[in-house]
Write a protein that binds this ligand. Structure first.
Ligand code: KIV
Length: 277
């Protein structure tokens, strides 16, 4: 049985911190699941780290369904959260409901995530009422990067901090079971975490959130030249992978690969017969 939203609520009550990572395919999901990660997010960050766009804005519902399906096939224990991408829930709440349903029925997600606070609270409520658990996402909401004027910390002034508090309460009141706080000052994230009864999951929101989320490619060092301030690198896979490719290319060029152990043989008599014939 996968992690449930009731268990997450209990973890907050018990003060047990919640680790969450992103994954975008079957292999990554298998590894995260086997490592005991309780929540896997199929983030629309896949637009940047998998599809090579410079923002999450071009990501489509078809992209999200395809990658969510890969992840849900690879995981049996983690709660699978899938992002509703840009404009999949802002146009009207009927379309939002249909798209949330697609992520669950076609993608195999257990829950969906939506960016926004007060402005999307009514839509969140309708989706939750239809039986789809919703994780909120406030602070730096990357789908609004153009409206925000860049990827910048949110809630540093009295007015914007007040707005973020209102957003957090609005998504909780609308029925969200958890909320991501992205790039929010630690002190404000602590206030929000104490104010809410649902778990907060931080990314660039300091140590006092109930959980933390990291992007797969950041934490595993798949982009050697770039690490956001809020990320910690737990491996440098780009170096390991590049080194493996270089050694492989050398072995092919020198004739060292494949060796006998990596090759197949056939019966000599069959070969002789073939050549004689
Ligand atoms: O898409 C994503 O990876 C996210 C996380 C940064 C929270 O939304």
């Amino acid at each position: 049985m996968a992690t449930t939203i009731r268990q997450l609520a209990q973890m907050k009550r018990d003060g047990e911190r919640i680790p969450m990572v992103t994954a975008y395919d079957y292999t990554a999901a298998r590894i995260a699941d086997a490592a005991g990660i309780p929540i896997i997010l199929v983030g629309d960050s896949l637009g940047m780290v998998v599809l090579g766009y410079d923002s999450t804005i071009p990501v489509t519902m078809d992209d999200m369904v395809r990658h969510t399906r890969m992840v849900s096939r690879g995981s049996s224990n983690a709660l699978i959260v899938a992002d509703l991408p840009f404009m999949a829930y802002q146009v009207d709440s009927n379309e939002a409901m249909r798209n949330a349903g697609r992520l669950m029925q076609d993608g195999g997600a257990h829950t969906v995530k939506m960016e926004g606070g007060v402005a999307i609270a009514d839509t969140v409520r309708r989706i939750v009422d239809a039986g789809v658990p919703v994780m909120g996402h406030i602070g730096l909401t990357p789908q609004s990067v153009n409206a925000l004027g860049g990827y910048r910390v949110q809630g540093r002034t009295r007015a914007t901090a007040r707005r973020l508090l209102d957003d957090a309460v609005a998504v909780q009141d609308a029925g969200a079971y958890a909320v991501v706080l992205e790039c929010v000052p630690s002190q404000l994230a602590k206030v929000i975490t104490e104010r809410l009864s649902i778990p907060t999951i931080g990314i660039g929101a300091g140590p006092d959130c109930d959980g933390q989320v990291q992007v797969f490619h950041d934490m595993l060092g798949l982009f050697p030249d770039f690490l956001p301030k809020h990320a910690r690198r737990y491996a440098t896979l780009s170096d390991d992978i590049a080194g493996a490719f270089r050694r492989y290319a050398e072995d092919v060029r020198s004739g060292d690969f494949p060796a006998e152990a990596e090759s197949f043989t056939m019966n000599e008599a069959v070969l002789t017969d073939l050549l004689d014939g």
